[in-house]
Design a protein around this ligand. Structure first.
Ligand SMILES: C[S@@+](CC[C@H](N)C(=O)[O-])C[C@H]1O[C@@H](n2cnc3c(N)ncnc32)[C@H](O)[C@@H]1O
Length: 179
């Protein structure tokens, strides 16, 4: 890594909606399984000439063997863990590639509190929802799975985002997990 550079890995980059948040000293590794997204991503990236794209990897976050251990300063995931097939494997990979003191920053929609009517609603509809939304799951206990990954510390907030149109994906977690 160059002096003063921040090496950021974004998993599930999609069409690059998060590029606007990255600082000027960013060296970005973008990882995305859906090849169709790259055209949109590269178009958007042109608006941010100060971001150095170190690598654009077509692949899944469950297997990031192309990336060495302890080499990434920050990993970003927004609305991705819900679609990852093996979330435990993915979180293990995230922890492996993060450098000591590296941060995993995440924004994810999650399950309503279990036992509530809204949780039951999510469970009922989940099968259909997955079919039409790229295998996205509604009832994942993402927060618990992140805690079970043994990060050194986690700073997380749970928020029900009231102004989201779709009730099913209103419960969110926003967090930073430190390796
Ligand atoms: C809802 S989109 C979010 C895109 C972007 N992160 C954003 O916030 O705009 C979910 C993205 O996760 C990607 N994805 C699905 N499974 C994945 C996996 N196993 N590893 C990495 N990315 C994955 C999808 O291809 C898609 O681009």
């Amino acid at each position: 890594m160059g002096v003063g550079c921040l090496r950021i890995l974004e998993i599930g980059t999609g069409c690059g909606n998060n590029l606007k948040y990255y600082p000027k000293n960013t060296r970005l590794i973008a990882l995305e399984p859906n090849e169709n997204m790259w055209k949109h991503f590269h178009n958007k990236l042109r608006q941010y000439p100060y971001i150095i794209l170190e690598n654009a990897i077509t692949g899944s976050a469950e297997d990031m063997s192309i990336i060495d251990d302890n080499t990434i300063d920050v990993i970003v995931s927004t609305h991705v863990l819900c679609s990852v097939c093996d979330i435990k494997k993915c979180l293990k990979e995230i922890k492996r590639v993060l450098s000591p003191n590296g941060r995993f920053i995440y924004v994810e929609h999650v399950a309503y509190e279990s036992g509530t009517l809204l949780y039951r609603f999510q469970s009922w509809i989940e099968y259909l929802w997955k079919l039409f939304n790229d295998d996205c799951r509604l009832t994942l206990q993402t927060s618990r799975l992140i805690r079970e990954t043994n990060f050194t510390s986690i700073n997380e907030q749970s928020v029900v985002v009231k102004d989201l149109f779709i009730t099913l994906i209103r419960p969110h977690i926003f967090g930073i997990a430190y390796k």
